[in-house]
Design a protein around this ligand. Structure first.
Ligand code: FAD
Length: 323
């Protein structure tokens, strides 16, 4: 049965995050021939509406409000509840990002609806949207559906391919005025860490270092390789604990969960808590001097040897191939 599905777009630094387009693709499936409605929240985000339509949304609702410039739970929850009230959708999809993870349970709870979080795929089964999600730190997968009421789901980045961009697509873009009041938190200023570069959680290529890189400067060849491949640098907790890098780079059970196309694990052992954050990567390459390191059990390609010898060779080889 055709449904109306809202997809909450996520804007960062004036651009839509890729996962928003991936959520639109998932929304198309869940809508089952019905309508996919993009929702954009921010201070001045109307200019991004068209892009959601080019990637498959049928129409877009824009909510511009000064209190939505930077994400706060309170303001986004108030605004989205008003959108939901007006639209009355059968499905609501968000990215499985910090924003999506924070606001989706609150919205689902207010609507007394079921929430499926961290979905990596969705298929229709007799009119029901059945989501697949990893469980037990990625060691198994479960298929889940919401039996009745609104279907809420968050979509893990880098798993559901976005639809092909079609600039000839057009759709209605409407503004919705919302009332936001009694905010308990107000963001006065955002101070960024000087990390820059590719966003780790959405990167297609990740070069991750562990305690084996032996120091802050040991991350430099990893950064060079990541830059060459248009990717991002990640780390094990061992490397973070040793103060070789910032905790924002940590991948694993208590760090970020990533699913890049290519994960190059350098000088990290592959502890179970690390695997929890990266074992679903599409291709895993491990570089480790210990042939017994557990990372080789999940690796598609393994190189046994000293990372300080192997990385420069690999980088040089890639430079000559890619240039
Ligand atoms: P090590 O285990 O010390 O491995 C270093 C590796 O480098 C070794 O395999 C060694 O052979 C190799 N090596 C050394 N020198 C070289 C060289 N010159 N060339 C090539 N290889 C070399 N860990 C995470 O990563 N993410 C998490 O989210 C996380 N959450 C945790 C949560 C809990 C509750 C607990 C208890 C632990 C958690 N951990 C997590 C920690 C985890 O158990 C490991 O301690 C950690 O992942 C080890 O980091 P590492 O692989 O860098 O270090």
């Amino acid at each position: 049965m055709a449904k109306k599905v809202l997809v909450i777009g996520e804007v960062r630094d004036g651009e839509l995050r890729n996962v928003s387009y991936e959520a639109v693709a998932a929304g198309k499936e869940v809508a089952d021939g019905g309508e996919v409605v993009g929702v954009l929240l921010g201070e001045d985000v109307s200019g991004l509406a068209e892009s959601l339509i080019h990637y498959g949304a049928d129409r877009v609702i824009v909510v511009n409000h000064a209190d939505l410039k930077t994400y706060t739970t309170d303001a986004y929850q108030q605004a989205l509840l008003q959108v939901l009230d007006v639209e009355n959708p059968e499905g609501v999809l968000l990215g499985h990002t910090s924003l999506g993870k924070d606001v989706s349970p609150r919205l689902a709870m207010k609507l007394n609806a079921g929430l499926i979080s961290d979905a990596i795929s969705v298929e229709m089964d007799g009119g029901d949207a059945v989501f697949t999600r990893p469980i037990y730190s990625g060691k198994a997968f479960e298929k889940k559906k919401v039996n009745e009421g609104v279907v809420f789901a968050t979509i893990r980045p880098n798993n559901i391919p976005p639809l092909e961009k079609d600039e000839s697509r057009s759709g209605d873009v409407s503004n919705l005025t919302v009332d936001i009041k009694d905010l308990r938190t107000v963001i006065k200023d955002v101070v960024r860490k000087a990390t820059g570069g590719v966003d780790l959680s959405e990167a297609k290529v990740i070069v991750a270092g562990g305690r084996g890189v032996k120091g802050k400067e040991g991350f430099e060849p990893l950064q060079e390789l990541a830059d060459l491949l248009g990717g991002a640098v990640g780390a094990s907790r061992g490397a973070c604990d040793a103060d070789y890098c910032d905790y924002s780079l940590q991948i694993g059970q208590t760090g970020k969960v990533v699913t890049p196309d290519l994960y190059i694990a350098v000088g990290l052992s592959g502890a179970i808590q690390h695997l929890a954050g990266m074992s679903n990567s599409k291709v895993i390459v491990a570089i480790n001097k210990d042939p017994e390191a557990p990372i080789f059990e999940v690796a598609d390609y393994g190189i046994v040897g000293d990372l300080f010898e192997i990385l420069p060779i690999l980088t040089e080889e890639l430079k000559s191939t890619l240039v």
